[in-house]
Design a protein around this ligand. Structure first.
Ligand SMILES: NC(=O)c1ccc[n+]([C@@H]2O[C@H](COP(=O)([O-])OP(=O)(O)OC[C@H]3O[C@@H](n4cnc5c(N)ncnc54)[C@H](O)[C@@H]3O)[C@@H](O)[C@H]2O)c1
Length: 277
């Protein structure tokens, strides 16, 4: 169902890899709500070809850019503004990758070259995107910039490794840049802290299945899906949230405020009883 929340708005969406990607769902919902979009991802992910069907469906050009490369980002923003014939109203940063996590390297034994890459791809790229937009004065007033994050920034989760540090940095960058972007151009910057979600990046986290089940059992409303995340992002791009900025916003069915749920407690007791037998 469309509410025309983004009628006339123009946005750049980073990170749609395949139809599991959260960015894929955001792209579809944004267009459904009346937005015009540009899709971007790395050359290598574009070569996989899956994004072409999304581009066709959304009537959106695809512009390759490595989010860690400032020259790529400058060219992306120039081309997007040329395509739109003006400035940009919203940006989704849905980018993350840790070579340490991918290679199952435990946190106590990090490879530091990989760690630098994790931070650059998953956090510093967000600063780079905003710095390029800011320097080019590419955002319309009351524009909205959103990055996706995870609760491991606040609490430690087994298997999440150095991505936890990257997410903490990402959320801090949102606050620091949000203060400047709000003051100078009335642009808001927020992070959305999403439930564990079954995507290509999600699957890379060891024990993802268990994490999903645990979060589901802990959350009073259950895990938030990628489609529900897209709905939430659309509200943050819309004019209905113009004074929300510099926030880390939990979109997780209540997980972030829970200590212990009945379901998890009963599972724990069952396990303890079985151990006694
Ligand atoms: N899946 C989850 O459980 C979950 C939960 C909370 C937050 N998130 C966050 O959501 C975001 C999107 O992830 P997803 O789960 O949709 O997985 P995904 O694998 O579909 O998306 C990750 C994207 O990052 C892109 N990417 C990697 N390196 C890049 C680079 N250098 N430049 C540009 N793009 C690059 C990939 O090509 C891919 O499209 C990530 O920030 C992730 O950490 C995911």
């Amino acid at each position: 169902m469309s509410y025309n929340l983004l009628k006339g708005k123009k946005g750049i969406i980073f990170g749609a890899l395949n139809d599991l990607s959260i960015a894929w769902k955001v792209a579809e919902r944004a267009v459904e709500e009346g937005a015009e979009i540009v899709l971007t991802n790395t050359e290598i992910s574009l070569r996989m070809g899956e994004i072409n069907s999304l581009a066709e469906k959304c009537n959106a050009p695809i512009i390759a850019a490595d989010a860690t490369n400032v020259e790529d980002l400058e060219a992306l923003v120039d081309k997007a503004m040329e395509h739109f014939g003006g400035k940009i109203d919203f940006v989704l940063h849905s980018v993350g990758m840790s070579p340490n996590v991918r290679k199952n390297i435990p946190y106590q034994s990090l490879n530091y070259t990989f760690f630098d890459k994790t931070l650059d791809i998953s956090a510093v790229s967000f600063h780079k995107v905003m710095q390029v937009l800011y320097n080019k004065n590419a955002m319309n007033e009351w524009g909205s910039i959103v990055a996706l994050t995870y609760m491991a920034a606040q609490r430690t989760f087994v298997g999440y490794g150095d991505m936890a540090d990257a997410k903490a940095l990402l959320e801090s960058i949102a606050r620091s840049y949000g203060a400047i972007y709000g003051r100078d151009h009335k642009v808001r910057v927020n992070t959305v802290s999403q439930s564990p979600t079954y995507t290509t990046a999600g699957k890379g986290v060891k024990g993802m299945g268990g994490m999903l089940d645990f979060a589901e059992a802990m959350s009073p409303l259950g895990n938030a899906s990628a489609d529900e995340c897209a709905d939430y992002c659309v509200t943050l791009f819309s004019d209905l949230t113009r004074k929300v900025t510099m926030q880390n916003l939990y979109h997780d069915g209540g997980f972030a405020s829970m200590g212990l749920s009945e379901a998890v407690y009963h599972n724990f007791l069952k396990g303890a009883e079985q151990a006694e037998e």
